[in-house]
Design a binder for this molecule. Structure first.
Ligand code: GDP
Ligand code: MG
Length: 179
């Protein structure tokens, strides 16, 4: 996952948001370290993790921020959002309520976030491995994403499905905007 002495052309801050226990920390662990843990404790103190990748011959450091247990509505501080050029809005496909809360997260990101107005946002339905407990249809989520102008993917941090694709979608789009 990258040479530490490599020169960095870009640093992109991306924030993970969404209800508690939807899998944000595990999505990040999968992307940053290719790890997964079934009994993940809230990652207290760790603000962000990075991974450097190459996009069109430029080295891009993705700085991915994870809420350390601040998931209550309006508990996320504005410092968390500040300077973010990407956001991953995560729900759990097996928990309807986490999808119903997505509009709040979106509103918080857009109104309170002081985020870049060109911020690239992807809606992520995580835990796609729990197909037999599905409570949010792919169609519903797709329709919502389309209406709001968001990218959309279903992921499984457990099975490593689409996690890389979700980050690459956001990072490539940011890269295209700044270039
Ligand atoms: P966070 O509160 O949003 O950061 O959620 P965590 O990453 O701590 O995950 C909450 C729980 O869901 C943990 O027990 C994880 O192991 C589990 N989890 C996370 N991602 C997945 C997934 O893709 N599939 C399944 N089945 N469980 C997951
Ligand atoms: Mg977490």
């Amino acid at each position: 996952y990258g040479d530490p002495n490599q020169k960095i052309d870009y640093v992109f801050k991306v924030v993970l948001i969404g209800d508690s226990a939807v899998g944000k920390s595990q999505i990040l662990a999968r992307f940053a370290r290719n790890e997964f843990s079934l009994d993940s404790k809230a990652t207290i103190g760790v603000e962000f993790q990075t991974r450097t990748l190459v996009i069109e011959h430029k080295s891009v450091k993705a700085q991915i921020w994870d809420t350390a247990g601040q998931e209550r509505y309006r508990a996320v501080t504005s410092a968390y959002y500040r300077g973010a050029v990407g956001a991953m809005l995560v729900y759990d496909i097996s928990k309807r309520q986490t999808f119903n809360h997505i509009p709040r997260w979106l509103e918080e990101l857009q109104l309170r976030g002081h985020a870049d107005k060109n911020i690239v946002i992807i809606l992520i339905g995580n835990k796609s491995d729990l197909e037999n407990q599905r409570a949010v249809s792919t169609e519903d989520a797709k329709e919502f994403a389309q209406k709001e102008g968001l990218f959309f993917l279903e992921t499984s941090a457990l099975e490593a499905t689409n996690v890389e694709a979700a980050f690459l979608t956001v990072l490539n789009e940011i890269f295209n905007i700044v270039n």
